[in-house]
Design a binder for this molecule. Structure first.
Ligand code: GLN
Length: 494
């Protein structure tokens, strides 16, 4: 049998190959492990779990050879963002403060994947506590984008799910889990030329996922194709009584209607997303996207989302506020790192001072400030009100349209280190993704083309609450029209 190249497979084609016995899950998993090891220069993994992977693959092969029922993802190797608690496997959130933390429990989202037979390759690098847009805030060092600049300059993969996007783009994992609080699935998907969907808030359980901003956090799949995202989302999603914000609704078969097309659908183009000084290539791609959907039979409708301009500021009040509260639990007593001090308070200070990186400390300080007695109403309450207005903008727009098309990010991948000294520049990466998160709506990024520097760019689709099936269908149409087949050269192997 010819050697398996996992980079040439999708989840769908791997499932076909497994069903036809072209290869076993053990063979496929071995090929993924070899590619994962070869891709170490990308620093996409925090923990590799090859033995566990092979054990899970062997069990998958046994299920198949018995001819019994197999799971939706039976035998398919995936990698997991290191924000999901995995039982007995180091879970770090890319933070020093969680040193040595091996959870006693498994997150519901990953447990759902294993229930469907998926195989775990290991835990992926990310921005510390998922705070970032470039995967440079990780305690474990930056992730390198598999796509390089023409002169060889190393680029960021986006963040915070940078390891997830890199692993899928580099071809060693067939899919990865991501989480998205303000864009962390969609933006790295865009910067690495892959697909990612942030489902409606409440669709995927947050139980066992390290919390960043609980009213915004949502997990979802990152894959090479829209079909793969549909397959993986179906396995991940579902009601979970352990997450009080999880929604009790049946999970549809997202693949069933994927090829239904967009004929007769109305696609909104929000005028406020056309920002001053926007990259001309991104404007052109957005125009192209409209044309593709029009050609496929959709009607393009101009819409207005008037409070878009306030979304970023709102997000950077609400998210740090929730983070400062969520991160209070890391005190050196219950988890991970402990740096001793002469008394309890000094131990707290020493532990949190050494355990949290600069960006996390900045968020804790912003969050504590906006929640403090004197400023609560001026910042936090105000931000909550604006959040409601942003949500209402979408509700109004969705009376006229079925989905919304925008660019995913204002730029392509940029050099490592370029935006590190300027947090506001970095926060601007989220300008197109954050409104969707504040409104709790599903959003996805589909790779749509390369810019003149040869780097991938994505288009974002935003849908109505719990209409992921429809959103994926529009995504499938876009994917077909864009026919994005480019891949990074495997420079990291040499
Ligand atoms: N870049 C945004 C932030 O740093 C979003 C991160 C995310 O979605 N997890 O908050």
């Amino acid at each position: 049998m010819a050697a398996i190249d996992p980079g040439s497979l999708t989840i769908a084609s791997a499932l076909e190959g497994l069903a036809k016995k072209d290869f076993t899950s053990v063979e496929l998993t071995q090929a993924c492990i070899a590619s994962m090891e070869a891709a170490r220069p990308l620093n996409a993994m925090i923990t590799e779990t090859p033995e566990k992977a092979l054990e899970m693959a062997k069990a998958a092969d046994e299920r198949r050879s018995k001819g019994g029922e197999v799971g939706l993802l039976d035998g398919v190797p995936l990698a997991i963002k290191d924000l999901f608690a995995t039982q007995g496997v180091l879970t770090t959130a890319a933070s020093h403060i969680l040193d040595g933390f091996k959870p006693e429990y498994e997150s519901t989202a990953t447990a759902n994947l294993w229930k469907q037979g998926a195989v775990m390759l290991g835990k992926l690098n990310l921005d510390e506590f998922a705070m970032g847009s470039s995967n440079e805030t990780s305690y474990y060092g930056p992730v390198v984008n598999p796509w390089r600049a023409k002169d060889g300059t190393k680029l960021v993969p986006g963040g915070s799910s940078g390891g997830s996007a890199a692993a899928v783009a580099a071809g060693f994992a067939l899919g990865a889990t991501g989480t998205d609080t303000g864009g962390s699935i969609r933006q790295p998907a865009s910067l690495c030329g892959i697909t990612g969907i942030k489902p409606t808030y409440g669709r995927v359980s947050r139980w066992g996922i390290v919390a960043f901003a609980s009213s915004l956090d949502q997990a979802g799949p990152m894959t090479r194709t829209v079909r793969d995202s549909a397959l993986m989302l179906r396995a991940m999603a579902g009601f979970d009584p352990k997450d009080s914000t999880s929604v009790d609704r049946p999970v549809p078969d997202y693949v069933a209607n994927l090829d239904g097309g967009v004929k007769g659908m109305r696609i909104g183009i929000p005028r406020e997303y056309r920002m001053d000084g926007m990259d001309a290539e991104i404007v052109a791609l957005w125009e192209q996207g409209k044309q593709w959907l029009r050609d496929a039979g959709a009607e393009i409708v101009d819409i207005s989302l008037p409070h878009t301009h306030y979304a970023l500021a709102t997000y950077y009040i609400v998210a740090p506020a929730e983070a400062s509260s969520n991160l209070a639990r890391y005190d050196g007593v219950r988890y991970g790192l402990r740096v001793p001090g002469k008394d309890l308070n000094e131990m707290y200070e020493n532990t949190r001072g050494a355990g949290f990186g600069r960006e996390v400390q900045r968020r804790i300080m912003i969050g504590t400030y906006v929640l403090s007695a004197g400023y609560y109403d001026a910042y936090y309450t105000k931000a909550q009100k604006v959040r409601t207005l942003i949500k209402k903008d979408f509700e109004q727009a969705f009376q006229r349209v079925d989905a919304i098309l925008t660019p995913t990010a204002p730029n392509a991948a940029f050099p490592i280190g370029m935006k590190n000294d300027d947090p506001v520049m970095m926060y601007l990466n989220d300008v197109f993704t954050v409104p969707t998160s504040l409104a709790g709506l599903p959003g996805m990024s589909v790779p749509a083309g390369l810019n003149s520097a040869g780097l991938p760019l994505g288009l974002q689709l935003i849908g109505k609450p719990f209409e992921e099936a429809q959103l994926l269908r529009v995504g499938q149409t876009l994917e077909k029209a864009a026919n994005f087949t480019a891949k990074p050269t495997a420079w990291w192997r040499s």
